[in-house]
Design a protein around this ligand. Sequence first.
Ligand SMILES: [Zn+2]
Length: 487
Amino acid sequence: MNKTFLLLLIATLSLNGQDKESQTGLSEQLYASHETFKAGFIEHRRFKHAEIMKFISELGSPLSDRKVGSSVAGKDIRMVSFGQGDETVLLWSQMHGNEPTATMALMDIFNFLRTDDDEFDELRMLISEYLTVHFIPMLNPDGADKFVRRNNQGIDINRDALRLQTPEGTTLKRMRDSLDADWGFNLHDQGRSSFIKDKSATISVLAPAYDFEKSINEKRGDAMKLIALMNENLQAFIHGQVSQYSDDFEPRAFGDNIQKWGTRTILIESGGLLHDREKQKIRRLNFMAILMALQGIATNSHEGYSIEDYFDIPKTSRGFRDVIVRNIQLPETMGGNLTDIAINFNEVENTDRTSYYLRANLVDVGDLSTSGAYLIHDASGYVVKPGKVYPEEIAELSELKVEEVHILLQDGFTDILVGTEPKMHQRKSIPMKLIRKPSVEPSRLSLGTNPSLLFYKADVLEFVLVNGYFFSPSQNWDRIVAGMKKL
Ligand SMILES: [Zn+2]
């Protein structure tokens, strides 16, 4: 590439001051265009290793890929590379098998990098000219195929950076050392309970510490500045939902050690976002933020940020709930006290863990005025009663008609006895609590149960709480089921 043209590129795309504005423009363009580059074979989190291997094998120039290791079960760990620049960047995802968000984004980034002849040509040229970027998506194929955290030895790979007893961890260590990467991106997911103030922590970031004193050398400082750049770009889309992950030094973890070994390391933890349980919006945020980070490294524009900018990112708290209902005045039969309740949804999986339904689980009762949740309802002024169990068993759930369910709900029947174990699709599409035996649950709210409650005003049933979902029984049926699916 002609040098004058390159300098022109740098002038257009880089550096401080006024150029932060053009960066914001770029991040908006990337975010807006994500759909164009989205790898369509992934639509949810429970995709398999074979699917991404097939996609990678078909990428072609200008991307290249090679096998760099094998999992315990002998599945390929492959590395995809792009660019010819002097500065080396290594990104790895899904070291924890059930943390797939960044892997989805990396597939989209591969599509982005292999496209040409659009408004992003300059960005691709810049990355290609100044950086050599290596991606190891799905470092833990065995864990990913089972959708579990650990590898097939039962080891948490992220506690194996020193002992190196896992083939997957050993692969990562070998690649970091042989590439002597200047920059490293450690890509994970965190639980939905992480939060800042009254919002979920959708993305948490960290420049991991390399010692117990949490010292900041020049390289860790560089990682902090780059994170400040990413944070600024993310704020435009998820204002107040980026947090700093705990910086306690973990001597066995990869992020901490890779920082220690001299690679400027950045941790990204994809957390929770309302109505995005399958993390497709967070995938899009990863796509934008990672490409902005590569642009920042290629142009040194992270130098326009300070370590203080990094420390301005608020720390992560834990304990955010899925649903809180406040100010429930319980009837005498349930204790007669005033209470708030918190409900979390557990993913109950099918046997091959490719699908799940959400089971509501009562996780707290009492004064929860200091707790936050994705969805908050206020029951002030309502008369509350327990949901009723329909007295007859429904032998065949498939014979139950939509209109019948609607009538049952309007009459305050929230729980029905069923003759056979409900199918997954029935669990997901019938907004009633399906029970196999007459309820033996105590009348008082107890933790671990899935409470059904009715909310009346002037003797009119206005709302029901069933399976953790709060809705009006007179609401249109399609809207009720659509609302359940969005939880
Ligand atoms: Zn993780």
